[in-house]
Design a protein around this ligand. Structure first.
Ligand code: ZN
Length: 442
């Protein structure tokens, strides 16, 4: 079957894709045994002395996971790229980095083919929104050393008129909206919301821009129904969500015009699994299943990873989308890293925001979870600061109704603190949903 969509998107049905991926995966395993000291040692420790012992995709759950901590350790032991570097130094043509939490950046090397593959994957993700040559697009990423730079090359590959603005200059951005009238903008959901608010305060309505597509990524939020509705109303445009992961590919998922979850874009390049985060148990990819995404490169030269824990907690859909594509779809529920455990119950701050947003227009959409102590484990009630819309007065009934909604949906007792409009910080990049400033040592 030939591809009905651009950039090789959904060219094969799932069974045929799986068969093709299995062959590529076996070749990748052979490459790892030959080229990657990291995986040779790791797989040998798991009882696999050669690629044949690891089998194919049907046996992948028997392989050990790879974590970000292991990659950091590998890069400390063998600076700068680690023992998981599988290509010759000369063949590394691009080095991205992530801002490490310890102050030492983590490096992500790419060969020429890796770069082309990432651009191909990203082109699938973004073109699904309907974005095509002939349209103009504003980007707001200060890509710098980060993999977001590859997203910009995907936009170029699609053939759009690219208008890079970056973050930190909303006035320049709004001027570009007025004068250049682009059809699309790529930004975080937080920034899309901030731009609309900033423009309103400066006497202009972004709905006058003629914007068609708001392409959001970088944090959960674009997939939350109420936040999406609010952004679509503020801009008079459609919101499309995309998601990637630095160590795997700049963009791996992207929503189509049906807006019913992000389609997987990595077919032929990356294999994806779903696991239960606590136990690591592989979960069946079935309609509505929830768990953490785990990725395996099946065609990567510089730093191929096996069963990499993404820490992204998602819901998946396996049925064919109304757009005609039959690739796995997903919606991010939250980062496993942001998750709090309140008396044994897993709570994602983004899920709390989703419920609070049902109370619009009384609330502004900005919240902050303020845990009483440091760490993941918390005792109820969980304090949640909720910002009101301009002019709204604090109202005990509203606070009680929000707490009730959170209790019935998430089985968590919350203490709601209503704050006046503008009390919570705005972000041009990602909203911080958890604020530990009131937390005592655990
Ligand atoms: Zn679709």
């Amino acid at each position: 079957m030939t591809a009905p969509f651009p950039f090789g998107d959904a060219a094969l049905d799932p069974a045929a894709q799986r068969k093709a991926d299995d062959a590529v995966y076996r070749a990748q395993l052979a490459y790892l045994f030959e080229r990657s000291p990291f995986y040779r040692a790791k797989l040998a420790a798991a009882g696999m002395a050669a690629a044949a012992a690891a089998g194919g995709l049907d046996n992948i759950a028997a392989l050990p996971f790879t974590t970000k901590d292991e990659l950091r350790q590998s890069q400390q032991e063998a600076a700068p790229f680690g023992t998981h570097l599988a290509a010759a130094r000369n063949d590394v043509k691009r080095v991205f980095s992530t801002s490490g939490t310890t102050g030492v950046p983590s490096y992500i090397p790419l060969t020429r083919r890796d770069i082309a593959d990432w651009v191909a994957i990203g082109s699938r993700s973004y073109s699904r929104t309907g974005l095509a040559a002939g349209e103009a697009l504003i980007t707001t990423y200060n890509a710098g050393p980060f993999v977001a730079g590859l997203a910009l090359e995907s936009f170029q590959n699609i053939g759009v008129t690219h208008i890079p603005i970056g973050t930190g200059n909303t006035e320049r951005l709004v001027t570009a909206l007025k004068l250049l009238k682009p059809e699309a903008i790529a930004c975080t959901p937080s920034y899309a919301s901030y731009i609309a608010e900033w423009a309103r305060q400066h006497g202009w309505d972004v709905r006058q821009s003629g914007m068609k597509r708001i392409m959001v990524a970088g944090e959960p939020g674009g997939g939350e129904p109420d936040m999406r509705r609010r952004l679509e109303e503020a801009w008079g445009a459609k919101v499309y969500e995309a998601m990637g992961l630095g160590d795997i590919a700049a963009s791996l998922w992207g929503e189509c015009e049906a807006q019913s979850g992000m389609h997987f874009s990595g077919a032929g390049f990356v294999h994806v699994e779903l696991i239960e985060p606590e136990s690591g148990r592989a979960l069946e990819m079935r309609e509505g299943a929830e768990g953490e995404l785990v990725y395996t490169h099946i065609r990567r030269e510089a730093a191929p990873l096996l069963r990499f824990r993404s820490r992204d907690h998602v819901r998946v859909w396996t049925e064919r989308c109304s757009c005609g594509r039959h690739t796995l779809r997903t919606r991010c529920i939250g980062r496993t890293d942001d998750m709090l455990i309140v008396r044994g119950v897993n709570v994602f701050p983004s899920a709390i925001r989703e419920i609070v947003n049902r109370f619009q227009p009384k609330v502004s959409g900005y919240i902050a979870v303020r845990p009483a102590k440091k760490g993941v484990k918390q005792e109820p009630p969980l304090k949640v600061a909720v910002e009101l819309t301009p002019g709204a007065a604090p109202d005990a009934q509203l606070a009680a109704a929000i707490a009730d909604a959170i209790r019935s949906a998430l089985v968590v007792t919350a203490e709601i603190v209503l704050l006046p409009s503008g009390a919570l910080p705005r972000s041009e990049y990602k909203s911080k949903l958890v604020d530990y400033s009131e937390a005592k040592a655990a």
